[in-house]
Design a protein around this ligand. Structure first.
Ligand SMILES: *[C@@H]1O[C@H](CO)[C@@H](O)[C@H](O)[C@H]1NC(C)=O
Ligand SMILES: *[C@@H]1O[C@H](CO)[C@@H](O)[C@H](O)[C@H]1NC(C)=O
Ligand SMILES: *[C@@H]1O[C@H](CO)[C@@H](O)[C@H](O)[C@H]1NC(C)=O
Length: 287
């Protein structure tokens, strides 16, 4: 059971984050360690960086770069979920990067996490590093363990296996599915940001899986997101590359300006009306 201190920390973090689940955004964090003012050269560098990321990320699903010099310098990346088409990737990066500069208008560092992509930038060069990451866990409301006692253990083994396989992929992304007797099929993926080393990817996924066990125990759908990697499983197909159903749980964006609630409405057909977000981590360690 989580301690009262843990809940105090959560409350503090929620307050600091201005956590929103508007549109497809799952979380965002504005770094308060450095700010810039309107017309600061940093703003010029940031605009150039985001434009670069928007142009480059869709074709491969990942882009990173730096712009500017000295105090004007900014570093950033955009990462799309490994199964996305370049159009879906483009839409997500567009929404995410426009959203985050509005949400963190004068902060030199920020991160936004969507189900389909992550956009992150900072005046500190974080590329390649896995810090003590802030992690977000979302779960379905539905418990399964009472019905299928071995469900938790099987899904954890499945995600561990997928995570190890992800390490061996050039894009650090692996999706898969597992048939569980008497239950059905579980679908999942593991993915690291491509700037990480193998060692740091492994660290990030290992940490995420152990958090997933804690926060998602007994749930039939769980996701753990952070700035550097993600893991997720569901009991319905939600990925484009693993038995994608005709009613996807992740609906492609209708357009850059369209907003719809998360999760996509059709997921209620799978008994997932509610997702419960939980954020863990320390802001000061993030940037
Ligand atoms: C940056 O701005 C935030 C408010 O948006 C403020 O809380 C913070 O102290 C500022 N940081 C610095 C280093 O000035
Ligand atoms: C930041 O950019 C401004 C304008 O481009 C330039 O004058 C200044 O020297 C730059 N500062 C650093 C530390 O590079
Ligand atoms: C899922 O894909 C496998 C092959 O990877 C295929 O054998 C199976 O029939 C598919 N299931 C559905 C429900 O489409």
């Amino acid at each position: 059971m989580a301690s009262p201190k843990f809940f105090q920390l959560l409350l503090l973090i929620f307050t600091l984050f201005h956590h929103t689940v508007s549109g497809h955004e799952l979380m965002h964090i504005c770094s308060v360690s450095a700010n810039y003012s309107t017309n600061d050269p940093y703003e010029t560098s940031l605009t150039a960086l985001l434009s670069y990321l928007n142009n480059e990320a869709p074709s491969t699903g990942f882009a990173m770069g730096s712009q500017g010099e000295g105090l004007n310098q900014t570093h950033g990346l955009a990462l799309c979920r490994g199964d996305l088409s370049s159009t879906d990737c483009e839409n997500c990066v567009f929404l995410a990067s426009n959203g985050i500069v509005n949400e963190c208008p004068h902060n030199k560092g920020a991160i936004t996490v969507h189900e389909a992509c992550t956009v992150r930038y900072s005046n500190n060069n974080f590329l390649g590093q896995t810090l003590n990451n802030v992690m977000l866990c979302t779960t379905s409301e539905k418990n399964v363990n009472g019905v299928i006692p071995e469900f938790g253990q099987k899904t954890q083994e499945f995600l561990s296996k997928i995570s190890i396989e992800a390490l061996l992929q050039p894009k650090f992304y692996k999706a898969g599915k597992l048939d569980i007797d008497m239950y059905g099929t579980v679908y999942g993926y593991a993915q690291c940001s491509e700037d990480l080393s193998l060692t740091n990817c492994n660290k990030c996924l290992t940490k995420s899986l152990s958090y997933l066990r804690e926060c998602g125990d007994e749930k039939d759908g769980v996701s753990v997101y952070s700035g550097n990697c993600r893991v997720r499983y569901e009991i319905y197909p939600f990925l484009n590359d693993v038995n994608f159903s005709t009613t996807p749980a992740y609906a492609p964006y209708p357009g850059p300006n369209a907003m719809s609630p998360y999760p996509a409405p059709e997921s209620s057909a799978h008994g997932l009306e509610y997702r419960v977000p939980v954020v863990i981590g320390l802001l000061s360690l993030f940037f």
